[in-house]
Write a protein that binds this ligand. Structure first.
Ligand code: ADP
Ligand code: MG
Length: 656
């Protein structure tokens, strides 16, 4: 068997199962073995029945003391039995598992594992797992993998399939030289992959993750090195003119605010790059709200004044439309043709923009991935900018650049990566960091509260609205599906409307809405025709409404710290005092501690480092980087040592 073989070659996987695997993105044996667990389950030592409390997830070692009872309802078949140890008894109940009837016999001993419910005076375990003592003992010391699943596929079907190819996994070729493996005490690649699926203990799992992280970093850095070899010494075919520099100063002088020191330095860096003999390849890093957009606009302006076209690519349509409107306004005095290009535009409108790009009539295009589609051709693309860089991949960045004759490249990111790591990850780029926030900003007031605080929160919202300010509410998430999320947003906002009264205009936004509809809502929000916007996390990236001062996040405990920081970044974008209310619905100690970090600090770098510290040993895949750093396992904070090692190795290794 080989890695690129179809998974149907694995014993037990037929056409039907293969189809289901495909829905998880698994079609080859190689896909299968790199489909890593989301997390791991650890079984605990059995406890005595008298010790269990409602809600506990426990194992008990019990004897079956009754015959198995079966009741057939219209929708359910209920199979149940009583089991006890010397301290008490528990009713075990299963739904729609009629075949269990012949499984159990009076007098047999099993370990049952499940969550305890107390019904009247009876302890109940619904749908418990059960094991022989021998099998349970074997599992006790190990971690059970839990895979991300879609309906049709079970956890078991994945582990069984991987077990079938054990020999192949263990014999995976290793591209690291053996002296490196030895010197750093690394696992072999095959061993590491096997351990990730079937770890015997946490120490081993840690080593396995470390090894795979190293491989992922190395692959990434080899690609970056190639990119660097291609770009660093490219000459600049789009040098900006002296006139452009003069217009730049006029533009800055005309802004309603003065630039921060960080913005000024970034603008100087960019100007120098764009004047130089070599093409620009620069990353602008700045926390949410630090004012990166205006820096991008200055670059677009200088480029256009010098007679070249510019493109700004953003990850969502909503953000594209907002940037388009803001930037059109800012560039208006310069008589430049600014156009929007997004996937949801009509074919006719798109054709119009294509035509203007091809003839050179359009100076600046702002849009989504639509910009890098085959149909777009530029007359002379001199500058490409990607906003919210972390949402894109290296490939997309490259494709955008390929639309021109080595255009200057600018990328903008709010991901708080320490400088030492950024230098490695963006080796093909120079970096400007905007450290300071605009002077008029007031630090956001944060509070982490329970659901009982909701009435006070609503009262506060009403007050802010009567003061003419606006509010975002991030609706509780529903895990099942996006459709349910949409319904949920609608219900929540109806409910909220009732609570806030007719004087407050509540509206909602969710991912299932049409792009034009989303845009309309956001436009009304910016125009202050909506007071309170209830939304899913679709508003997370980049949206700007400086008049919004309150962000209330329901189920805050369900989000990662980085995402919460992004969401909070939607307020505090102007001179008004802003507030962020985190509703902690499930007040576990762990979620309290995480949210405390946000309560204490508004600094992205600090939050990222705390996030790392707080991610417990069971929580291996906390926030994963997306886009550019789309690693399955590697974590730039947690595996920083592997990142440095990968950097050394990437100089001598060409392929992984
Ligand atoms: P981000 O870095 O998150 O993309 P934006 O560029 O959207 O931030 O800027 C956020 C808000 O701050 C905008 O309303 C923008 O007009 C404003 N802004 C940008 N720079 C300054 C400044 N130097 N002083 C005051 N306000 C600024
Ligand atoms: Mg932005």
């Amino acid at each position: 068997m080989r890695l690129d073989d179809d998974i149907q070659n694995i014993r037990g996987i037929g056409e039907k199962t293969a189809k289901q695997f495909e829905r998880l993105g698994i079609s080859t044996v190689g896909d299968l073995i790199t489909y890593y667990p989301r997390t791991y389950k650890k079984y605990s030592e059995p406890v005595s029945v008298s010790e269990v409390n409602e809600g506990d997830r426990v194992a008990v070692f019990c004897k079956v003391v009754t015959y198995v009872e079966e009741r057939r309802g219209r929708r359910y078949t209920i199979t149940s039995l009583s089991a006890s140890d010397s301290t008490g008894s528990i009713r075990m109940v299963w739904f729609n598992k009629p075949y269990l009837k012949s499984q159990f016999h009076k007098g047999e001993m099993y370990i049952f594992y499940g969550t305890i419910k107390i019904k009247g005076a009876v302890r109940v375990m619904e749908m418990p797992e059960f094991f022989t003592q021998f099998n349970y003992q074997k599992m006790l010391s190990t971690l059970q993998p839990i895979y991300p699943l879609k309906s049709g596929i079970t956890n078991n079907s994945i582990t069984r399939a991987i077990e079938q190819v054990k020999d192949l996994v263990l014999a995976l070729p290793d591209s690291l030289p053996s002296n490196v493996i030895e010197e750093h005490g690394l696992m072999s690649r095959g061993e590491a992959v096997w351990w990730i699926h079937f770890p015997d203990d946490e120490e081993g799992l840690k080593s396995a993750l470390k090894r795979i992280a190293l491989d992922e970093f190395l692959e990434f850095l080899i690609n970056v090195r190639r990119l660097k070899e291609k770009t660093v010494v490219e000459s600049n075919h789009h040098q900006i003119t002296e006139e452009a520099r003069v217009k730049r100063d006029g533009f800055i002088a005309g802004l309603p605010f003065s630039l921060t020191e960080g913005q000024k330095a970034a603008v100087e860096d960019i100007t120098r790059d764009m004047q130089s003999d070599y093409m620009m390849s620069r990353l602008i890093q700045g926390d949410v709200g630090s004012g990166k957009t205006v820096v991008a606009v200055i670059a677009l302006l200088m480029n256009a004044i010098s007679g070249y076209q510019g493109a700004l690519m953003v990850p969502t349509e909503v953000l594209a439309m907002q940037h388009f409107e803001d930037i059109s306004k800012m560039l208006k005095p310069y008589k430049l043709k600014v156009r929007l290009l997004t996937g949801s535009m009509t074919a006719k409108d798109k054709r119009g923009v294509y035509e203007e790009l091809r003839t050179g009539e359009c100076d600046v295009v702002i849009g989504t991935h639509a910009i890098i589609q085959d149909a777009t051709e530029f007359k002379d693309l001199g500058l490409v900018i990607t906003d919210e860089q972390h949402r894109f991949g290296v490939k997309q960045r490259e494709r955008l650049a390929e639309k021109g004759n080595t255009p200057n490249v600018l990328v903008m990111s709010a991901t708080p990566i320490p400088r030492t790591l950024a230098i490695i990850l963006y080796a093909d780029m120079d970096i400007s960091v905007i450290k300071d926030m605009p002077a008029d900003r007031k630090s956001i007031y944060n509070c982490v509260v329970g659901t009982e605080y909701r009435p006070s929160a609503y009262k506060f919202i009403r007050e802010r609205v009567s003061a003419g300010e606006q509010v975002y509410v991030i609706c509780p998430m529903v895990e099942e599906s996006e459709t349910v999320d949409a319904e949920n947003v609608i219900n929540y906002s109806e409910d909220l409307q009732e609570k806030l009264g007719d004087g407050v205009r509540v509206s909602y936004l969710h991912g299932k809405m049409k792009e034009s509809e989303k845009h309309q809502i956001l436009e009304s929000f910016v125009k202050k025709e909506i007071d309170v916007l209830v939304s899913t996390t679709v508003i997370e990236v980049g949206i700007n409404n400086p008049n919004a001062t309150v962000m209330m996040i329901e189920n805050a405990e369900r989000f990662g710290l980085a995402q919460l920081h992004q969401l909070r970044g939607r307020v505090g974008r102007g001179s008004l005092q802003s507030y962020c209310i985190f509703i902690n619905v499930k007040k576990s100690e762990e979620s309290m501690e995480r949210l405390k970090v946000l309560e204490e600090s508004n600094d992205g770098f600090f939050i990222a480092s705390e996030d790392l510290r707080l991610r417990g040993p069971g929580d291996f895949f906390g926030i994963r980087q997306s886009g550019d750093m789309n690693f399955k396992v590697a974590d730039i904070y947690k595996h920083a040592d592997m990142l440095r090692l990968a950097q050394d190795l990437s100089l001598t290794i060409d392929n992984i």
